[in-house]
Write a protein that binds this ligand. Structure first.
Ligand SMILES: [Mg+2]
Length: 186
């Protein structure tokens, strides 16, 4: 895609083939296995908002839906890698959460943005080896957003990890892209 075809907010320049996101404190501001008590539910067609048994709200950080949408539109593979101890609940949340889709007034389930999901406890080296095996995409073509410094170990594979402090937003997304371009000489 030529830069002129991008809308003003979209990132220009080389893009990785795959962007992977951690879930807790990267896409939403809680630990799903600690702070959320099932059952979770959505009130009607509420956008980017679920509630648990006690009324605790679960939703993506505000700019996450538009970033996911941009990646989909640009045909970039989107993955999730989480080491939560509540994998079923995390999957259920992504399946229930409604976010804006590609068309005007379209709402889609958040899960539809994720082509690959690796959600289980353990080292994220395992998550990324599995993503690589499933997609055939080179590690050097992967950009990963995560809030835990220990997960930087995936860089030993060739993945670029962008450390997130207060969740993913447009600024963090651009910083991650810049780090990936610099690391790969793009
Ligand atoms: Mg996290």
């Amino acid at each position: 895609m030529s830069p002129s075809a991008l809308s003003s907010s979209e990132s220009a320049g080389h893009m990785p083939k795959l962007v992977c996101f951690d879930l807790d404190y990267t896409l939403w501001d809680l630990w799903i296995d600690t702070h959320i008590t099932p059952p979770i539910r959505r009130k009607g067609d509420a956008v980017n908002s679920l509630q648990d048994r006690h009324g605790t709200e679960l939703g993506f950080y505000a700019q996450v839906p538009e970033i996911l949408s941009e990646l989909k539109r640009r045909d970039i593979h989107v993955a999730a890698a989480s080491r939560t101890h509540a994998p079923d609940l995390a999957r259920e949340a992504l399946g229930l959460l409604l976010v804006p889709g590609q068309g005007k007034d379209d709402l889609v389930k958040a899960v539809t943005f994720f082509q690959t999901m690796e959600i289980y406890p353990g080292s994220k080296l395992r998550h990324f080896k599995s993503i690589h095996k499933k997609t055939g995409i080179a590690y050097s073509e992967m950009l990963f957003f995560d809030d835990e410094a220990r997960n930087k170990e995936v860089e030993s594979l060739g993945v670029t990890m962008c450390l997130v402090r207060n969740g993913v937003d447009r600024k963090v997304f651009e910083r991650g892209l810049a780090e990936w371009r610099k690391r790969n000489g793009k």
